[in-house]
Write a protein that binds this ligand. Structure first.
Ligand SMILES: Cc1cc2nc3c(=O)[nH]c(=O)nc-3n(C[C@H](O)[C@H](O)[C@H](O)COP(=O)(O)OP(=O)(O)OC[C@H]3O[C@@H](n4cnc5c(N)ncnc54)[C@H](O)[C@@H]3O)c2cc1C
Length: 281
């Protein structure tokens, strides 16, 4: 199907993008989610404002923590040495997005603004305590990733607001991993689990865990974190965490005919164990 008619304008700066967007406009980044939904006529913006050539939205910088520009592509993030050393789980997640073409065009800003429940990066951003930096007509603000993702395809973004970058703490003193059960066709996550472990010798001093894919949004999992913290990550702790994670996500489950909620909930426990082993190993 063809999309409804729309106007197209390319912005040269963030200020210009915010001026152009209007009430019925949408920002265009990589176009890998927006254009399909426009073709299906699930979205019919009157105006597209292309942000792909705004220099200040590009790039990845490391200065204590990581700052990733909104239009950094998944391929750039996966290949970045700074991301690999400061948050390997995000490099893993972005390296596993879709196929090479999707990774070359899809951007982190577009990915998190779209808030598809099966997306990979949001799960890592929630586990690792990222913040989303946003600019609107009234100024800029920063929101914790956990608060940014509100529900199915729903975020804290107001109409006309632009994500400018994502900030992450330096997790290089932690052992982090992201593992997913990918859909066999699209590679979207049926279940994705991110863990970030702070180890003190053989004991887990602190665990941060988030689950996506199985849920309508990326969910931080306090029960699983409590089961892992203070343990030596032995089988008893992993089994307890796998049970706890199922309870953590119970109120947020997503599913479909092929992979129903109860199946995904079960698989979240399996993938939690895999993620912990990948991080610890
Ligand atoms: C075949 C296929 C397979 C895929 N597989 C995966 C997968 O396995 N895992 C995964 O995580 N993702 C997957 N994706 C999605 C992909 O990761 C893209 O990141 C995603 O499509 C959105 O990024 P984009 O830059 O293309 O955004 P666009 O499509 O340009 O925009 C998406 C939405 O975000 C808004 N937007 C864009 N940038 C901003 C901004 N800076 N501020 C505010 N709003 C903004 C747009 O207005 C629009 O509403 C897949 C996509 C396809 C087509």
């Amino acid at each position: 199907m063809w999309p409804n008619k729309f106007d197209y304008q390319r912005a040269e700066s963030v200020d210009q993008a915010l001026e152009l967007i209007g009430d019925e406009g949408k920002f265009l980044a990589g176009g890998h989610s927006l254009l399909p939904v426009m073709k299906l006529r699930l979205s019919a913006p009157e105006q597209l404002v292309d942000i792909g050539r705004i220099d200040s939205l590009r790039g990845i910088s490391a200065n204590g923590g990581l700052t990733i520009g909104a239009t950094a592509t998944h391929a750039e993030i996966a290949a970045s040495g700074d991301v690999q050393s400061m948050c390997g789980a995000l490099a893993d997640a972005c390296g596993g997005v879709g196929d090479q073409a999707v990774r070359n065009f899809g951007t982190i800003g577009g990915n998190i603004a779209h808030a598809d429940p099966a997306s990979d990066p949001p799960t890592v951003l929630v586990a690792c305590g990222a913040s989303i930096n946003i600019q609107g007509a009234d100024g800029s603000r920063s929101v914790d990733a956990e608060a940014f993702f509100v529900d199915l395809f729903e975020t804290d973004l107001d109409d006309g607001e632009l994500i400018t970058s994502v900030s992450l703490p330096n997790c290089s003193d932690c052992q982090c991993a992201y593992v997913k059960f990918p859909h066999p066709a699209s590679r979207y996550a049926i279940v994705g689990v991110a863990v970030c472990l702070k180890m003190d010798g053989g004991t887990c001093a602190q665990a941060d865990v988030a689950v996506g894919g199985a849920t309508v949004k990326a969910v931080k999992c306090a029960g699983a974190e409590a089961a892992l913290a203070g343990s030596t990550l032995d089988d008893a702790a992993l089994n307890a965490a796998a049970e706890a994670v199922k309870a953590d996500i119970a109120d947020w489950l997503a599913g479909d005919v092929a992979y129903p909620e109860s199946y995904r909930q079960q698989m979240a426990g399996v993938y939690l164990k895999r993620a912990v082993k990948a991080a610890a190993g």
